[in-house]
Design a protein around this ligand. Structure first.
Ligand code: GTP
Ligand code: MG
Length: 317
């Protein structure tokens, strides 16, 4: 299988879109195939810069993405887009696809668009996203934009997997407060108030500034306004992203962030594998029996974990 992944990577690197699509499908499916792809792509990665775009459904992320594609292509740079939709296998990607066609990027060799949806379990998407980024990186895409829908924990995880995270808000009371509650404040590097052609943009901005005053983050994010439909503010947004990138690079924080993400990824894989091993060792029935014991309060959860791991009780727990 490694030979397959290697051969596909060679083709994809030479510009074969079908080969690239197959690599991304292998990653999306997970399991051994995804692992083989990871093994051949990881050594060739590290050059791409990733930008996350997140915000509530309908905030204008896809429209903004299309506008940003125009800006980036105007600079003759190549860019790939991953549209991640944790909630539905249908909406995000299709909507994005329509918008992109509208903007005539569909036949552009300098643009690659791929949507990924939940195929069953949620944790898979948080693991599949960095793996997909790795593929695009290894194949030589210099910019990778990750659009995620919604404001749940999975979206925060996915958006947090980018080097620079842009959080998209809209005019209207309470958006900033909602974003704060959803944990978006912690991951936002740049804020955008999109649909600034509508009333309330100034108030939304004031709201956000107040929320930022209260939370006083270590690095205060820039706040910009855009009208994605006309492209107004898109060039400024891209400049803000570039400025943030320069800041991170100069301060060395980019390397620290990337090391943190790799640490999280390895830890998640270890946790997944240890649990899988414990389940197998106990076989399904024994696992369920232990849970019954815990529920009947004859066994505490820590002792159950010890038994599943086949280890002596850990001290102090
Ligand atoms: N007035 C106005 N409408 C906008 C603007 N940007 C986007 N819209 C509209 O808002 C709606 C949602 O836009 P999308 O780009 O699909 O939003 P999204 O955040 O990608 O939506 P999901 O992927 O479903 O979460 C569309 O009808 C857009 O035409 C804007 O700047 N001004
Ligand atoms: Mg969208």
């Amino acid at each position: 299988v490694t030979r397959d992944a290697d051969a596909l990577l060679g083709k994809a690197g030479a510009g074969d879109r079908a080969a690239l699509a197959r690599l991304l499908s292998m990653v999306e499916r997970g399991g051994d195939a995804a692992r083989e792809v990871g093994a051949v792509t990881h050594p060739r990665g590290g050059a791409a810069y990733t930008v996350g775009l997140t915000g509530a459904p309908g905030a204008g992320k896809s429209t903004l993405t299309a506008a940003l594609l125009g800006v980036v292509r105007g600079r003759a740079e190549r860019i790939a887009v991953l549209a991640i939709d944790p909630s539905s296998p249908f909406t995000g990607g299709a909507i994005l696809g329509d918008r992109i066609r509208m903007h005539e990027h569909a036949t552009d060799d300098g643009v690659m668009i791929r949507s990924m949806a939940t195929r069953g379990h949620l944790g898979g998407l948080a693991l599949a996203t960095p793996a997909a980024v790795r593929v695009l990186d290894a194949v030589g895409w210099p910019w990778i934009l990750i659009e995620t829908v919604g404001v749940g924990q999975v979206e925060v995880d996915v958006a947090g997997a980018a080097d620079t995270t842009v959080v998209v808000l809209n005019p209207g009371w309470g958006d900033a407060v909602q974003a704060s509650k959803a944990g978006l404040l912690e991951i936002a590097d740049v804020f955008v108030i999109n649909k600034a052609d509508r009333p309330g943009a100034r108030e939304a901005r004031d709201d956000l500034e107040r929320v930022l005053d209260l939370s006083s983050p270590a690095r205060r994010p820039e706040v910009l306004e855009t009208v994605a439909e006309t492209g107004e503010g898109a060039a400024e947004l891209w400049e803000a992203v570039s400025r943030h990138r320069d800041d991170l690079t100069r301060s060395g924080e980019l390397d620290r962030r990337r090391a943190d993400r790799l640490r999280d990824e390895v830890a998640a894989l270890v946790a997944e594998r240890v649990l899988e091993r414990a389940r197998q060792a106990a076989d399904g029935e024994a696992f369920d029996r232990l849970i019954d014991e815990v529920q009947a309060r004859r066994l505490d959860p820590w002792s159950a974990a010890d038994e599943l791991l086949g280890s002596a009780p850990t001290s102090g727990r």
